[in-house]
Design a protein around this ligand. Structure first.
Ligand SMILES: Cc1cc2nc3c(=O)[nH]c(=O)nc-3n(C[C@H](O)[C@H](O)[C@H](O)COP(=O)(O)OP(=O)(O)OC[C@H]3O[C@@H](n4cnc5c(N)ncnc54)[C@H](O)[C@@H]3O)c2cc1C
Length: 378
């Protein structure tokens, strides 16, 4: 068994591990990131790339305002074009209850400084020409939300992290975490290596619970299967991410550069477990739901479908911070929003690890909370 040392070991090469790794490396840490397959092999490579600050909790909104700033400045700071585009997010309301819930969230979002409004059905049709407004009451509209490329963001962070002297090991699975007197000591891999570090971060996405157990820490993250599809490239017809929260709704955006339309829905009932199989139901239902909203898509062809995991926490909010084991941190349970949270969570977790506190207080996301405040705009 070879013995190696680092200032921090990160378990997981998705957006969260990569973003924290980059910010730690930037702060002068020698980081070792261990990924059991390859970067983006988990949820990150399966996500559709939507980015928004329209949430119902003050902390989540503040984190997302920071994240959006970091997405906007990514090219200057990290060096890569990540295909950031501020096309906005339009959440549709087809009943009064949904409208009330959007209005409640909008009040909090505005207090946080977000440029957001509830707009009429006619205004929704102006924002999305050709939108079917039958039964539509209006929508929550934020023009500063947007989209980016998850692969480019993750690989951009990993490249800079390596440039700064840190290391990324792929095809390297963490199989054990050693603890001594309540403090993390080292991690052991399937290749027989042992990495000693005073800091270990669990950024294992849908596998966070498993990686928690290795240290005797209970991390309540459970995967749900979510399917997605991409269409052939078509002429520009949709600027924002369009979100329909009805039980038979869906959400989709058009990649601003290539013209591909990419989208998914939350199945009812949910499909629990780590599953990557695609279903006939999805490939039949998803186009029907998209065409119902935007009839002009009826002749557009689907290119591919796939599945991935939402890594759900019990209240739909991230789990970020220290654990009962000194030096063992967790940043997981992003509950289907980890790509957009990535840049901010990366910066804030790195601050917490290097200085003991973060510039935005993440204590509401701590592991030992009661998990009672459910996110209304999941
Ligand atoms: C269909 C779909 C659409 C989505 N759309 C969006 C969206 O529009 N916007 C958005 O923000 N989010 C979206 N998401 C959610 C987003 O993809 C996730 O929240 C995010 O990718 C989580 O990132 P992560 O780094 O925590 O986890 P992951 O990307 O899953 O990374 C965890 C990594 O840990 C590795 N790992 C696990 N165990 C070990 C171990 N023992 N040793 C070493 N490595 C290990 C895994 O191989 C994996 O690569 C979507 C998800 C899906 C499935």
């Amino acid at each position: 068994m070879s013995r190696k040392t680092a200032d921090a070991v990160i378990v997981g090469g998705g957006i969260i591990g990569a973003a924290v790794g980059y910010h730690l490396a930037k702060a002068g840490f020698k980081v070792t990131l261990l990924e059991k397959k390859f970067p983006c092999a988990g949820s990150t490579g399966r996500c559709i790339g939507g980015i928004r600050a329209q949430f119902s909790h003050e902390l989540t909104i503040k984190v997302m305002l920071l994240s959006i700033k970091l997405f906007q400045n990514f090219k200057e700071e990290v060096g890569d074009d990540i295909e950031w585009y501020a096309g906005g997010y339009l959440f549709l309301a087809f009943d009064e209850e949904r409208k009330r819930s959007f209005l409640k969230a909008i009040e909090i979002q505005r207090q946080c400084g977000l440029d957001v409004a509830f707009v009429s059905a006619d205004e929704c049709a102006r924002i999305v020409p050709g939108l079917n407004t039958e039964g539509l009451i209006g929508g929550a509209w934020c023009p500063t939300d947007g989209q980016a490329n998850p692969f480019k963001v993750t690989f951009g962070y990993l490249k800079r992290m390596r440039d700064l002297g840190s290391k990324v090991y792929t095809e390297t699975e963490v199989v054990g975490i050693n603890i001594n007197k309540g403090r993390v000591v080292s991690v052991v891999t399937n290749r027989g290596d042992e990495f000693f570090a005073p800091v270990v971060l669990n950024a294992a996405g849908p596998w966070a619970s498993e990686v928690g157990r290795m240290a005797g820490v209970s991390v309540p993250v459970t995967p749900d299967r979510h399917e997605a599809l991409v269409t052939e490239a078509v002429e520009r017809c949709l600027d924002p991410m369009l979100v329909d929260y009805r039980s038979d709704g869906c959400y989709f955006l058009q990649h601003y550069g290539t013209g591909h339309i990419i989208g998914c829905y939350t199945p009812v009932p949910l499909v629990p477990g780590y599953r990557l199989d695609s279903s006939d139901e999805f490939i039949t239902e998803m186009p029907r739901r998209m065409i119902r909203l935007l009839p002009k898509l009826s002749s557009v062809k689907v290119l591919r479908q796939w599945a991935g995991s939402y890594e759900m926490s019990p209240d739909g909010n991230p789990i970020c911070g220290r654990t009962s084991i000194e030096g063992y941190f967790v940043a997981a349970g992003m509950s289907g929003h980890g790509f957009m949270f990535g840049p901010a969570i990366g910066k804030l977790m790195a601050e917490m690890i290097t200085t003991g506190k973060s510039t935005i207080d993440l204590s509401e996301f701590r592991l030992d909370r009661s998990f009672t405040k459910s996110e209304a705009m999941r």
